[in-house]
Design a protein around this ligand. Structure first.
Ligand code: G3P
Length: 215
């Protein structure tokens, strides 16, 4: 499974990229608002750090507005993927953008039928928000499984981008199901790395190494 980081904080992106684990980046308006910089400035800096798909979201919610913004965003960098909300005009925009060769990430997917329609419209990625589904006591991972089965049944090539990931179990379960991508906060990438036995083992090796006679 490809690993994307879900942040607009370039320090976090640089850290994850330096570990060699990063395949791409997703952002949304809430994440960009936190860093207090213009959307374009942040995305252009991210594109210099990571050579992979970088999602930037439109703010318009009508067809003409989304198309205008999407075509502009797509010019920021060759790796930019335009995030489009899963609404009727959003699907219309995805259809047009697909015909123009502009990659899209259809966001705010909370059900299998929504995901089917996004794939039919020509979405490059679908973003099921599994954590937000879990937050309301439903089963976000079931949606990932449904989308995997439906897309495979009909040869739909839209990539499943498991989003709103909260913890390592989400990552592992989504990978076991066969999600194409998982996007997660920097904190979750660090959690994936940590194991107490690694820390204990390393401390013991270093303590024992101190007892080795110097040559
Ligand atoms: O960027 C989309 C998604 O990953 C947002 O996650 O944590 O705000 O539910 P979250």
């Amino acid at each position: 499974m490809k690993i994307f980081i879900d942040t607009a904080d370039v320090a976090e992106i640089r850290d994850a990229a330096a570990m060699g684990v990063l395949d791409g980046v997703t952002t949304n308006p809430s994440l960009v608002a936190k860093v207090g910089r213009s959307y374009r400035e942040v995305i252009e800096e991210i594109c210099e750090i990571v050579d992979g798909p970088i999602s930037a979201e439109v703010l318009a919610t009508d067809l003409a507005g989304m198309l205008k913004e999407a075509r502009d965003i797509a010019k920021w960098h060759r790796n930019v993927v335009v995030k489009i909300p899963l609404i009727a005009d959003g699907l219309k925009a995805v259809r047009v953008l697909a015909s123009e060769g502009i990659k899209t990430n259809v966001t705010l997917c909370f059900s299998a039928p929504q995901g089917m329609l996004a794939a039919k419209a020509g979405a490059t990625y679908i973003s099921p928000f599994l954590g937000r589904i879990d937050d309301i006591s439903w089963d976000g991972m079931e949606l990932i499984a449904q989308l995997r089965t439906i897309y495979d049944n009909y040869g739909l090539t839209t990539e499943i981008l498991a989003a709103s990931i909260r913890h390592p179990k989400h990552v592992v379960d989504a990978a076991m199901i066969g999600a194409d991508v998982g996007t997660m906060p920097h904190s979750v990438i660090l959690q994936l790395l940590k194991h107490p036995l690694t820390d204990i083992g390393l401390a013991k090796f270093l303590a024992d190494a101190a007892k080795i006679p110097k040559s």
